[in-house]
Write a new protein. Structure first.
Length: 114
């Protein structure tokens, strides 16, 4: 099992409520979302359906609607909701001294499971 690899992705204040910020790590697009309740979540920025950019979707509570086909993806689990099925990789998020860190080591762990 790989270890945690925490990277600094920016200031916490730069992620507005009910929105996302996108970055790329090792050619993998990642989105950091701030739900309406202030909680931060990180997902690989690809819908499990057709790879749509989840960072461009609309947030509803702790879920995001894919902008391509309106699949609803849980920010907590990465799983598609309702009758849809599929999952995108979630990554741990931590805030330290006002900076947001994401554990990209989860990308290695997800690749090992595939």
């Amino acid at each position: 099992m790989s270890r945690a690899i925490w990277i600094d992705v920016g200031a916490e204040a730069e992620i507005p409520a009910r929105a996302a910020r996108r970055f790329v790590f090792a050619e993998t697009p990642i989105a950091v979302f701030r739900a309406g309740d202030g909680m931060l979540f990180a997902l690989v920025d690809r819908c499990p359906h057709k790879g749509g950019p989840l960072s461009e979707g609309i947030l509803h509570g702790r879920a995001v609607a894919c902008p391509l086909h309106n699949w609803i993806i849980s920010l907590e689990t990465g799983a598609a909701q309702g009758a849809d099925s599929g999952c995108t990789t979630t990554l741990a998020v931590a805030v330290r001294c006002g900076r947001v860190f994401v554990d990209v080591g989860a990308l290695d762990r997800a690749a090992a499971r595939a």
